[in-house]
Design a protein around this ligand. Sequence first.
Ligand code: UDP
Ligand code: MN
Length: 458
Amino acid sequence: DFRIEKCKTKVYPDELPNTSVVIVFHNEAWSTLLRTVYSVINRSPHYLLSEVILVDDASERDFLKLTLENYVKNLEVPVKIIRMEERSGLIRARLRGAAASKGQVITFLDAHCECTVGWLEPLLARIKEDRKTVVCPIIDVISDDTFEYMAGSDMTYGGFNWKLNFRWYPVPQREMDRRKGDRTLPVRTPTMAGGLFSIDRNYFEEIGTYDAGMDIWGGENLEMSFRIWQCGGSLEIVTCSHVGHVFRKATPYTFPGGTGHVINKNNRRLAEVWMDEFKDFFYIISPGVVKVDYGDVSVRKTLRENLKCKPFSWYLENIYPDSQIPRRYYSLGEIRNVETNQCLDNMGRKENEKVGIFNCHGMGGNQVFSYTADKEIRTDDLCLDVSRLNGPVIMLKCHHMRGNQLWEYDAERLTLRHVNSNQCLDEPSEEDKMVPTMQDCSGSRSQQWLLRNMTLGA
Ligand code: UDP
Ligand code: MN
């Protein structure tokens, strides 16, 4: 039982909607799959379980065929196995499972989870309160070495970076304040990890299920997150519900067509349909993706219109103001030195390293920075930071606290003045030609910078 004490004594209504549990898998191991199924059966009140549906996404392992079929016949809760005719990916497999399910709520789980004591009631109770709330448990970590269970944190929530990678970030103060410090209350989260969540069946249909044009894996979690928020629903982490998940280092499956290609395609569909002009952040930092064919998204765009969904700017402003993508910004593109004609370049883009300077290549990627309305100079989640007089200029995680990450751009003098030190960003010194320096502001050409706005033809 991994709940905090206050959760253990919470009382939920007797009349809760029941749920189907849909578990899709491709080449899952026997032990982890059965651990998932047994934990669902053993840790859920059976009157709340409509059925368990296993969707086999064309696995190649023999024991997942007849052996599995015979095994699940003897379990206490009906377990149905559906087979995809061909490898389809988790998105279309989940759609198939959802279509076959009968419960009032659909609960999706990965095939390598462990549901813990009391996991289900708080999820269903929240949906009963508000059927347009999509709920996730706290996802605890099951070690992929020892398979031991380790409680996760209720202090992180879901976000994403410019490359559209899902990331966990600390729950911001505004959300703590909204819950008045009550850790048993759900956390409103900008995005979900995607593998584990419950949703009212009818709402799942109304809101447009999944984008069936997405393949294999990736992007569908952000697609659903943006869609829920922009189209009038909400997404929450119900902190009294704990489910463990094996975070594995390698996948037991291939990505037909190549991992990069599949994920880029899915992410392009997501960006094109939901992100409006903010898709530029994604395209500029990973310029290769604009060449990827993403198929036809007109059906999804129509869905967005029919549901009268709000723009992405609304989402950034109201749901995710601490996003890595700034809601308002002055520039997005290269930062070029007038004297040397070289560009800021974060080279290997590593945290805690000096920002570099290099010949401008105009290709985005490592040479993309945004000067934001909050006066940070950032690339993705890293900000230019100076903590001592005369530098160095380091790339640090953006903290939104101004402090050492506050820069004043003078559009006439073209200077970038670091407010705390009152010094200006300058060209490299003789000793190290690879990094810019901080100097007293002098008005010299070496302290002049052009902040360019770049767009990549999509
Ligand atoms: N999955 C699937 N078909 C695929 C890829 C994945 O059915 O082509 C299943 C997989 O077995 C798992 C779920 O989808 O149950 C999520 O995939 P995975 O666990 O690999 O994603 P991760 O948790 O690593 O993000
Ligand atoms: Mn998984």
